[in-house]
Ligand binder design. Structure first.
Ligand code: ATP
Length: 261
């Protein structure tokens, strides 16, 4: 669908188009559309731009990836549809492995994800070769299948758009989990070591820039950033920001709207 440039919600509609196209090319699962809708609602609450707390979360996440021995970035359908090139670039900048991991796993979708990642320049992709598959025993759904060389042996796993069960399972396997989730109340957000409450569309490019700068820093400085980060405090800041915005929105925007009619 062609989106008129002057449409007041053109950016959001363009992102929706990426998700819809992704579904038609088997990259995005049908449920991915619904998950995206939930994300949009929370994005509205943070003003559809990156708040300062999200930048701090992104810094802690990048520091953690850069200091890891075996960092892995897990890729699902929505991420592959929304920012395929950027997720590859982030993996390169942080020396992380890329692993395809799908909740609604089928041969057709695995192939579609491999294609979009290869078309965008990915060389090594984990999670595809059945010879290296193993399982997270605690999980019953297909997301339990992981790569021995990837998530299985990782110390830090970044899971943009994850479901809560797997985040919990990864924590129980002693992994440091970084998630990107616009909903600070989801089980994923609560169980992660570092939750980035921001839209992946903005968070990933911002993390690339942060990584490029942070790589020049001393590892002690990066460790300090991680030590100063506490996820529950950070989630609390995110929630307070949203609720304050809602309150102000209520008073100011409704009045402005009423006066303009
Ligand atoms: P949980 O199992 O962690 O409680 P959930 O069941 O609420 O999560 P899922 O459907 O597994 O949610 O995943 C969707 C999550 O991803 C939602 O919390 C939603 O806010 C978030 N989300 C969707 N799109 C984006 C996006 N573009 N950027 C960041 N977060 C997003």
């Amino acid at each position: 669908m062609k989106i008129p440039k002057d449409h007041p919600r053109a950016d959001s509609l363009r992102v929706r188009e990426l998700i819809i196209e992704g579904m038609h090319s088997n990259i995005v699962a049908e449920a991915g559309l619904i998950a995206h809708g939930r994300g949009e609602a929370f994005d509205y609450l943070i003003g559809e731009k990156t708040p300062s707390f999200a930048l701090e979360q992104e810094e802690a996440a990048v520091a953690s990836l850069l200091l890891a021995d075996n960092p892995v970035i897990s890729v699902n359908g929505n991420v592959a549809a929304l920012c395929p090139r950027e997720i590859i670039e982030l993996a390169e900048e942080t020396n992380s492995k890329l692993e395809v991991n799908l909740f609604y796993r089928s041969e057709k979708r695995m192939k579609a994800l491999e294609k979009v990642l290869r078309d965008n320049g990915a060389e090594k992709i984990y999670g595809l070769d059945p010879n290296y598959q193993t399982e997270i025993k605690e999980l019953s759904h297909l997301r339990r299948i992981i790569d021995k060389r990837g998530i299985f042996s990782a110390d830090v796993v970044m899971v943009p758009l994850e479901d809560g069960d797997r985040t919990m399972a990864l924590r129980k396997l002693n992994k440091t989990v970084i998630s990107i989730d616009l909903n600070p109340l989801s089980r994923t957000s609560l169980w992660s070591n570092i939750t980035i409450v921001n839209n992946v569309i903005r968070a990933i490019p911002e993390m690339i820039k942060i990584a490029q700068e942070m790589k020049k820093e001393d590892s002690r400085k990066l460790q300090e950033i991680i030590n100063n980060f506490e996820n529950f405090n950070s989630l609390h800041t995110s929630l307070t920001f949203m609720s304050k915005r809602l309150k102000n929105f209520d008073a100011e925007k409704l009045k402005r709207f009423k006066d303009s009619k």
